[in-house]
Design a binder for this molecule. Sequence first.
Ligand SMILES: Nc1ncnc2c1ncn2[C@@H]1O[C@H](COP(=O)(O)OP(=O)(O)OP(=O)(O)O)[C@@H](O)[C@H]1O
Length: 318
Amino acid sequence: MTAILRAEGISVVHRTRSGPLHAVTDVSLSLHPGRTLALVGESGSGKSSIARAILHLPPPTAGTVSLDGTDLAELSARELRRLRPRIQMVFQDPVSSLNPRRRVRDIVAEPLDAHSRTAAAPDRDARVAELLDAVGLPARQFADRKPAQLSGGQAQRVAIARALAADPQVLIADEAVSALDVSAQATVLNLLRTLTDELGLAGLFISHDLGAVRAVGDDLAVLYLGRLCEEGPTEEVLAAPAHPYTAALLAAVPEPGRALGDTRPAAADPPSPLDPPSGCRFRTRCPLATERCADEQPAAKPVSADRTVACHHPLALA
Ligand SMILES: Nc1ncnc2c1ncn2[C@@H]1O[C@H](COP(=O)(O)OP(=O)(O)OP(=O)(O)O)[C@@H](O)[C@H]1O
């Protein structure tokens, strides 16, 4: 299967007053039409930094991002501006991402207006109605509302309709359901799933919540302190995690060490990306860590046909 978007070996280093902060290190991801990759990790693990690097906002410090075979680094500023709408993003806080003074019909039409793709007003209205329909908001009822007259879930669906108006190939949802109540979460997760299936979009679903990931991601990539721990089909990874960190996340307890039946106290907080541990970044919280883990960064290795893990002591697959 050919990927529509490839990020290869990307690193993101933020300059801070305390020195360089390694938010993302040597991460590779591929997104495929009609599939969604869920990227999961704790707060600060570098998820949003990856999303911004994919859009070249700004470009990654190292590595390449290519869309449909085009390396974004080879484009002029103008070409990049023209290509960027092919990758649309939906953010965590739907209400603040919508202009409070505009009506839903004008918000959804923003990408159409920007590119003057639809000349006549009736065409614009018809397209807006179609897009609102696609996200389950009947135009008759919603087109004239303002953001304040929408629930959080409805506002998020308007943001998704606006993203679709740009006719994207890739849809990135960055914590797009985290701020919603449980039933709105389910609606938006189902919608994202349907849209990738029906429109053949390639999805990147970013979340700290494994429950949400289970509902939407075909494939799962687990991020810890800026590095990928493991990757593979979501159901397989969740049924039998190969990386101790994934196992700890799944056990859903605050102390990963305890989740694995270890009695040593795990480090209370994840280490700082200003001074990440040597070798494997998870080793300071990992009950299976040995000296080798401190000395040597584990490379990503295949553990089955379509799964990889970066660990010196991977858990046995059932
Ligand atoms: N512009 C910036 N300047 C300096 N440091 C930054 C910047 N943006 C992010 N960081 C740092 O980079 C690391 C990764 O942040 P990022 O926002 O990518 O993580 P995240 O997984 O998306 O977390 P969250 O879910 O909390 O947003 C964090 O330590 C963060 O403090």
